[in-house]
Design a binder for this molecule. Structure first.
Ligand code: NDP
Length: 280
């Protein structure tokens, strides 16, 4: 058997088009500000893609570039200014931040109503308690992909590999809210392969190229690969051994072209949701 490929590019394009159509009905352009400190080249590409996609959807989007030696106080002052700006609906501070800045302190300073990354403890708490808030973009994108793949979630055995605050934990909360039976596994889990083999829905968010092997995956499982790993030869690879897992899975996301494009599309969706919640 060879798994069906879940086309993240196509699902993301549909979502961006839905967002653009919604923006077109609003009497204002939702405002997004991405704050970048320093010039890490990997995040540079990502920030440019965000800007292009946001402008394509009709958002009022801009990137604020700050020098690498920006102090924590200066960044906090920028966040405070954006919090107070009525034209700004979404604020995203690009991670990682340079060592002189405490990222948690900065994330905590963002107005939760404008926290389109969904990383503020208030939004994490709302998600954990089943209340409406802003949901982190990557796991939100995975939920869209599962819907597009027709995955039946209620009662399904879902396994999330990884427990980070930005992917694994919110992913588990979203799957639980969708009535899946969720297991979260991590670096201290005893028999990772056996846990993964029980999954009908398997989401890998680890950061280790090809870690999930073919024989870790149950026949017919839906496999979502969040990992983005740069190989020594420069190519990108996911956390899943795609060629081997494809022989067992029922459906699988590729890397690139799976979860990656969804993350940006969900950032636009969050910005519009934040704008409507704030400005009606
Ligand atoms: P983190 O490094 O924050 O978390 C990785 C998680 O994987 C941790 O919970 C860690 O466990 C677990 N882990 C690490 N090694 C193992 C192992 N050998 N066995 C089992 N579990 C292990 O990463 P992120 O969650 O931020 O990102 C994960 C991946 O997703 C990365 O490749 C990243 O590039 C990618 N990513 C992709 C995005 C996209 O848009 N597609 C967006 C965000 C991330 P423990 O907690 O015990 O240390």
């Amino acid at each position: 058997m060879s798994a069906r490929i879940i086309d993240g590019k196509a699902v993301a394009a549909e979502l961006r088009a839905r967002v653009a159509a919604r923006v077109a009905t609003l009497p204002f352009a939702p405002g997004l500000r991405v704050v970048r400190v320093g010039d890490d080249p990997a995040s540079g590409v990502y920030v440019r893609n965000k800007d292009r996609a946001a402008q394509g959807a009709g958002l009022n989007s801009a990137t604020m570039q700050m020098p690498a030696d920006t102090s924590e106080a200066a960044l906090l002052a920028t966040v405070a200014r954006l919090n107070a700006d009525p034209e700004v609906d979404g604020i995203l501070v690009q991670l990682p931040l340079p060592p002189q800045i405490d990222a948690l302190k900065v994330l905590a300073a963002i107005d939760p109503a404008k926290d389109v990354d969904g990383f503020h403890a208030m939004n994490a708490g709302l998600l954990a308690t089943g209340q409406r808030g802003l949901v982190p973009c990557t796991p939100k994108g995975v939920m869209h992909l599962l819907a597009a793949a027709g995955a039946a979630l209620p009662g399904a055995r879902a396994v999330v590999v990884g427990r980070s605050n930005i992917v694994g934990k919110p992913m588990a909360a979203l799957l639980l809210a969708a009535d899946a039976t969720v297991t979260v596994v991590h670096s201290r889990t005893r028999d990772l392969a056996a846990e993964c083999r029980r999954a009908e829905i398997l989401v890998a968010a680890v950061g280790r190229a090809g870690m999930v092997r073919g024989d870790w995956v149950a026949e017919g499982a839906t496999v979502i690969d969040v990992g983005i790993n740069r190989l020594p030869d420069g190519r990108l690879a996911g956390d899943v051994d795609f060629a081997a897992v494809r022989q067992h899975a029922g459906a699988i996301t590729p890397v690139p072209g799976g979860v990656g494009p969804m993350t940006i599309a969900c950032l636009l969706e969050n910005t519009v949701e934040a704008a409507i919640a704030r400005r009606g």
